[in-house]
Design a protein around this ligand. Sequence first.
Ligand code: NAG
Ligand code: NAG
Ligand code: NAG
Length: 241
Amino acid sequence: MWLKTLATSHLSRIAVLVLFIAFLLRFYINNTSQQRLFSTQELSLFNGTDQGLPILLGILGSVFDVTKGKTHYGLGGGYNHFAGRDASRAFVSGNFTGDGLTDSLRNLSSTEVKSVVDWRDFYLRSYKYVGKLVGRYYDSQGNPTKYLKGVEAKAARGAQLLEQQKIEEAKQPSCSSRWSQDEGGEVWCDVGYPRLVQRPLEIALTGKMSKRCACFEESQLDQPGLEVYEGCDYHANRCKA
Ligand SMILES: *[C@@H]1O[C@H](CO)[C@@H](O)[C@H](O)[C@H]1NC(C)=O
Ligand SMILES: *[C@@H]1O[C@H](CO)[C@@H](O)[C@H](O)[C@H]1NC(C)=O
Ligand SMILES: *[C@@H]1O[C@H](CO)[C@@H](O)[C@H](O)[C@H]1NC(C)=O
C-alpha cells in the first residue's frame, strides 16, 4: 500500500514535470522561432544597411533570414530591393521600382500567383524561416488572413491549369530546337511540320511562354490557330526561329 502510493506520487510528479517542459517548449517555440511577428517598420530595419543585423526578406508574409546570400541581398547586391520588405509582386513582375515593390498580387493570373508561391517554397527550402509579417497576409495574432487563403487557392488553380496544359501539349509533339551563336535558332520536326501555336491566355500571361512550337501532320495543317514561321515554307520541316 505504502509502496503503491509512493509509485503513484512519483508518476504524478513525472507527469507534472513533462507538462511543465511541454509548456516551456511551446512558449519557447511560439516566441522565438515559429511565431515571431514583424511590423512593416521592424522588417525594414533588416535591409542589409546595418552590417550588424541579419538581412531579412518577406514573401507572402513569411519572413526569411537571407544573410547567407549577402552578396545578392546585401547593399549593392542584385536582389537588395527584396531585403527589409515584402515585395511579393516583384518576384513575377520584375518591376523593382516604386509601386512595383508591393506585396499585392492584384490582377495577376493564377499561374503567376502560383509562381510567387513557388518562390516562397524556394525560400522555405533554402533559407531560415524566422517569422511572419503582420499586414496583408497575417493578422496581428499571426493567423493567415483571407487574402493569404485566396492567394493559395488561386495558386492551386494555376497549378491545375499548368497540369492540364502539360497533358494537352503532350498530345501534340513539340518541335526539336537548337540555338548557336553563328546560326541563331532553328526548329524542326522529324515527323510533320513546325507550327507556332498560341497558349491559352491564363498561361500566356506568364511572359515569354505565350507560344510554343509543335509538329503537325499534313492532315492537321488546316486547324485554326496554327502559324507558319516567318520566312519558312508551308511544307518545310525545318525553320529558322
Ligand atoms: C534600412 O535599414 C536601416 C537600419 O538597419 C534604417 O536606418 C533605414 O531606414 C532602412 N531603410 C529603409 C528604406 O527602410
Ligand atoms: C513599375 O510599377 C510602377 C508602379 O505600378 C509603374 O509606374 C512603372 O511604370 C512600372 N515599371 C515597369 C518597367 O513596368
Ligand atoms: C486591375 O484590373 C482592373 C481592370 O482591368 C483595373 O481597372 C485596375 O486598375 C487593376 N488594378 C491594378 C492594381 O493593377
